[in-house]
Design a protein around this ligand. Sequence first.
Ligand code: ATP
Ligand code: MG
Length: 343
Amino acid sequence: MNETAIERNGGVQSGRPILEVDGLVMHYRTKAGDVSAVEEVTFALGRGEALGLVGESGCGKTSVAMTLIRLLPDNAIIKEGSVVLDGLNVAELTDGEMRKHRWADISMVFQGAMNAWNPVYKVGDQIMEALEQHFPDMSEAEGRVRIAELFELVGLSPAMMDRYPHEFSGGMRQRAVIAMALSCNPKVIIADEPTTALDVIVQDQILKELRKIQEELGMSIIYISHDVAVIAEVSDRIGVMYAGRLVELGATDEVFPRPRHPYTYLLLSSTPSVVGPRRRLAPLEGEPPNLLAPPTGCRFQPRCPFAAEICASQDPPSQELAPGHHVACWHWEQVPELGRLEA
Ligand SMILES: Nc1ncnc2c1ncn2[C@@H]1O[C@H](COP(=O)(O)OP(=O)(O)OP(=O)(O)O)[C@@H](O)[C@H]1O
Ligand SMILES: [Mg+2]
């Protein structure tokens, strides 16, 4: 938790959040049927806040992000809900209207983006192209000054802007991706697995710097990762996704020491750095369901050690257990303290 960033931006609790996601449902149409990738997802992002989204592969984290920034493939349909960015419902904008807001108001570091640089153009020129689209009056000299500033911000030497992607290390390429995402001064930035492909030392450096930049610029950020330890370090609050649903949401310093959803419990229990080396780990067995035909009732029920009859027939509603701590589980009271459920 970082109190200073929150205070400086007027408090996360007070004032209207920068982003409000309400009852969002997004499906992919496929020949085999609808993939229920985002189901009734509701959360808000405070000004200057860092929210982490965590969950196993295929739980819908990227799908939520792509819906927020409206970069969905043709087979995707937003079925219900709203996404309000600083008072503007982006779910209702036309593609042309959305183009004006994407990158300038909400931007994203894409999963795997460090490998997406075009090898035949200099990195600076590729960022320049993005800048030109949003600031048509900006001269080339002004653009270069801006890119130099951005490079310094993310820990790259400004001289690197005239180099080609192959001259950058993996960590440097990822820093340049972050510079690109910051280039239009967005209000909200989504970082989808921003450091997953990097070694742990570089990962740690980049995350710390990203955190510092976010605080300095008073930006709001959504971090996405399957790695709960990474999320814990950088997020004020965390949201846990399972099979398209947000099953737990709360302050990181409440959820981590005392998760209330069985999935969060097992996810944390199976991470040695969270439970500590001496505790026995409870395994998270099996895999998330196929979202073409998700289980009835609670989607976690087939893997849940606390599942009872009601879980297979009725979807648990999200309950607010304490201010700001939401859990969707019929049996949250049975979830023990971390380390208590033995393997
Ligand atoms: N274009 C698409 N068409 C059909 N199904 C899709 C499409 N893109 C994603 N899906 C499905 O949507 C579900 C959610 O995928 P998503 O990529 O959002 O998960 P994720 O949590 O980001 O996973 P990862 O950690 O692997 O990045 C998965 O079942 C996936 O197979
Ligand atoms: Mg993803």
